[in-house]
Design a binder for this molecule. Structure first.
Ligand code: SF4
Ligand code: SF4
Length: 316
């Protein structure tokens, strides 16, 4: 591995596995993120094409609402549970449909892993990934590094302010729904919020927004403590210590215990609630160390004290 501005994580994986396999999960994620946005935009765009006089009932509108609260095909309600918590804190009366929507969303993310929302659904992730890519290309280092727990304080503040004001505090400034609205309804000041996150992540703080500040990501990390689907360093003995997985991972601290914990009797499954199940570690790994598994596949192949990972160095 050569560090510096020309360092390209995953170059070896491209050479060994081919370009598609080395970007497989990234491509699928982008298809998922963009596809979900398109589903939200179909109705408004058709309405616009039909003319100002068109009424929603006259056009095909597959998904109504926003990522905070939506109705798919007029039958499936989906509600952001964090938005429901803010509503309850603010003293609002929630409808039965909103609770059902939140229960469906919670059940889904308990199954697939909470922070799967971040990497497979949230459009802001595309912006922060782009900022990280540019940061690496420019060879930028240093900057502000807030504690990761800051996002939990932001989450708590959002609930406290909601309770104190009776207003859904986070939803006033939530860049996720702002992003969705500016895409759907055109240019507005919302672009400045998205641009601000991009500039902050690029020039001020590495992975500054998603890994340190976003309360929605913090909420889904709490859900992720019980998530079923996990990434596993199943073939960790094949690790060549190229560090590419650490370079691409949005939460690189989650990798070390699974990849390097065999000596301590730790299993290969990445159990950290911060992992976003993005699959980039699997993409860029030439010896295919990583794969998707469940939390139950976490048996260690070595007992504590045994040296099962002699190829794997100790420092991250
Ligand atoms: S941390 Fe927040 S902004 Fe980032 S991907 Fe997750 S929900 Fe979206
Ligand atoms: S460990 Fe892998 S799947 Fe988890 S966040 Fe990092 S790169 Fe993504």
């Amino acid at each position: 591995m050569s560090k510096g501005t020309l360092y390209t994580p995953g170059a070896e994986a491209v050479a060994v596995k081919g370009r598609f396999a080395a970007y497989r999960w990234l491509i699928l994620r982008r298809v998922s993120q963009v596809g979900i946005l398109v589903l939200f935009m179909v109705g408004p765009v058709l309405l616009w094409l039909k003319g100002a006089g068109g009424r929603p009932a006259e056009v095909f509108w597959p998904v109504k609402g926003t990522l905070a609260s939506s109705l798919t095909l007029d039958v499936l309600p989906l509600t952001d549970p964090f938005m429901v918590l803010q509503s309850l804190a603010a003293g609002h009366v929630m409808t039965k449909t909103a609770f059902i929507g939140a229960a469906i969303v919670l059940a889904f993310y308990l199954l697939v892993g909470g922070r799967t929302y971040c990497s497979w659904v949230c459009p802001v992730n595309i912006v922060t990934d782009a900022a990280h890519w540019l940061r690496q290309k420019l060879g930028l280092k240093g900057g502000i590094q807030l504690a990761r727990r800051t996002r939990y304080w932001v989450m708590a503040m959002a609930l406290i302010v909601s309770a104190a004001t009776g207003v859904l505090a986070w939803e006033l400034v939530n860049p996720i729904t702002i992003f969705q609205r500016v895409l759907t309804f055109g240019v507005g000041l919302g672009w400045l919020v998205i641009l601000g996150i991009f500039l902050y992540d690029t020039f001020a703080s590495k992975r500054g927004w998603c890994s340190h500040l976003c309360p929605v990501g913090a909420f889904y990390a709490l859900v992720n403590r019980f998530g079923l689907v996990k990434v596993s360093a199943a073939k960790r003995s094949a690790c060549t210590n190229c560090m590419d997985c650490f370079a691409v991972c949005p939460e690189p601290h989650v990798i070390t215990p699974a990849l390097r914990g065999a000596d301590r009797g730790l299993g290969p499954v990445i159990l950290s609630a911060d992992c976003t199940n993005c699959g980039r570690c699997a993409d860029v790994c030439a010896p295919a160390v990583f794969e998707f598994a469940t939390r139950f596949a976490n048996q260690s192949e070595a007992k504590p004290g045994e040296h099962a990972s002699s190829q794997v160095p100790k420092a991250a």
